[in-house]
Every structure is written in structure tokens, then in C-alpha cells.
Write a protein that binds this ligand. Sequence first.
Ligand code: BGC
Length: 356
Amino acid sequence: MKPSSIMMSCAALLFAAAVTTGCTELTKNMANTSPGPESGNFVGIDAFVQVAEMGRGVNVLSEDPGWTDPAKARFKPEYFKKIHDAGFGTVRIVMQAFDHMDMYYSLEAGWLHRLDIMVDAALDAGLTVILDEHDYLICGKDVAICTQKLNAFWAQVAPRYKNKSAKLIFEILNEPHEAFTPELWNAQIMQTLPVIRATNPVRNVIIGPGSWNSLSLLPKLELPVTDRHIIATFHYYAPMEFTHQGSPWVTQFKLTGRNWGSDADIAQLNKDFDAVKAWSNEWNRPILLGEFGAYETAPMDGRIRYTSALARAAEARGFAWAYWQFDKDFVVYDIDKDAWVEPILHALIPPAGVAP
Ligand code: BGC
């Protein structure tokens, strides 16, 4: 077969969501033939330009009771303006959508309506909006079920928003891990990305590596080189002994009193972020640090140093970032008091006149 016909059949396979390893390898070596910035009514943004515009962000709406019962919502759409006015440019909307599917994997109309309200309010507030499918725990246990639900999710959500502003970005799946080995995750990307691309050929899509979006797995992440509308992401909670001490869900790290901010801590942070930057340069992909933070039981002075150092280290390398998280835990906004947690907010966004 001539190379051109190989390329054509691979492209056909890509869009039929059935890609073989051979095609994956081939796409890695192909020149950039992705569609231009415009497609239909949609005006795309270069992925590097979008990351520069995203700047500082925050994760919102994870496990908010309002997803199920609007009367119980903690997060209100008007918070998006507060977030914008505090100096953030981006929100990452955390969606556990699998709980809102029927037996045919159709998303509940009410849940989609609530998502519409949040998307519109966030865009109206001037924010870049990431839609993050966050059913990583189900996916880490049962890849077969995850594959079906994830593809069904994007087959419904991607067309719904195909004409929305390019400030809306899709993130295929948070933190693939365990049963979702790096190899299975690479295969999943080549299944799910075409589902999105069928209706959103040039919208930017966020994809991270395996093992909980760990930077150490970036070298194993396989992205189709011809698709230039991809933003790579990683999450950073190292050292877990500091960030997750006392957390009830990572129980091996008890309340140890581990603090953060020594020269060795900072050197490790710089080494890790330099490795991400080197990968970004090698593959010509812009970067989002999609989650970072330290749990409330860690000492506040260390949390401030950690939060500030990570935000500045990301900015120094041109990465956009999104703090974990607005409400629930690691909070930067106290909904009960209706007030920012100022030490964390100021660590993230230094007030005017204060050296970062
Ligand atoms: C999870 C949260 C967890 C956080 C830090 C997120 O990806 O969804 O449940 O609190 O990581 O561990």
C-alpha cells in the first residue's frame, strides 16, 4: 500500500474509533495536517495561545449536591464572577456524570440542563471553562464499563457544545490509573478523541498521562501528532506525605506534621517541573497543571509556601494551572462564610503590590 493510502485508511479508522497500534505509530510520524483554526461557525484558538490566556484557574463543583438536587446546591452560578474578579482566568468544572446516566448511558436531561447553566454562567463571567469528566475511580476499576460510558458521555456532550465559544475546552478523563494502564489509556485516547472530533474538529482538548496524571508517565503518553488542538495536563501533589497528611482517603499518610519549603523540597519541585517543560518542548505541546494543593490538616504556613511555589513554578515555565479546589476540601473559598480563604487565595494570586 502507498503511504498516502495508508494515511487515508488510518484517518478513516481514527474517525471510526477503531485505531490499531500501527496507525498510532504512523500518526506519530506524520506532518501536521490538522484542520485550520476555523470549522463551521466555530473559531478555534491555537493551543499555546489558549494556555497563555487560561493563566490561573480553580477546580469547581466536584461532588456538589446541586448536581443531583438544585435545591441543595452549594456552588451558585454567581460565584463565577467572584472567581473572575479575584483574578482567576479559568475554571475546571469537575463532572461525575456516570451517576447521571440511565441504563442506555443517556445523560439525564436535568443534569445536562444544570451543566448548561454552569457553562453559560462561567463563559459569561469571562472565564475559560474546562469540562473535566471525573469518573476516574470507576475507570480505574473497570476499563470495559468506563470505555462505554466515557464514549457515550462525549458522544452526547461534544455535539451539545459544538458551537460554544473556543473558551470551552474538553478534558477526556481525570487521572486514569490502576486497571487503566498507560497502554490501555493510550488506546482509549484514540477511541474517545475521534468521538469528540466528529463534532468539534478543532476545539482544544486536554489529555494527561496515566498513573493519576503523573508527570513521570508523560513519556508513555501517546497523542496523535497531527492533532495540534491538544493541551497536555499533569497533576502534582508531591510529596504526598505533606499534601495528604491526615486525609481520610489516602490513609497511609497519617498526621505526621511534615512541613514543606526546605531547599531540598524546592529543588525537587524545580526538577519535576523542568522535566515536564522538557517533555513539552520535545513534543511541542502546551501544559496545564490541572490539580495541586495541600489538604487542610497540613500546617498552614507550609500550605501557603507550597501553593505559592507551585503556582509560580508553573507560571515561570508557561504552564496554565488550576488549584484543587474551590469548595469541599483544600478550599480556597469558604461558602459557609461566603468569603475567600485569604492565605490560600493570596498564595495563588498575590495581591497587587506584593512580590509574588
Ligand atoms: C480527587 C479528589 C481528591 C483530590 C486530591 C482529585 O482528583 O477527585 O477526590 O481530593 O484529587 O487527592
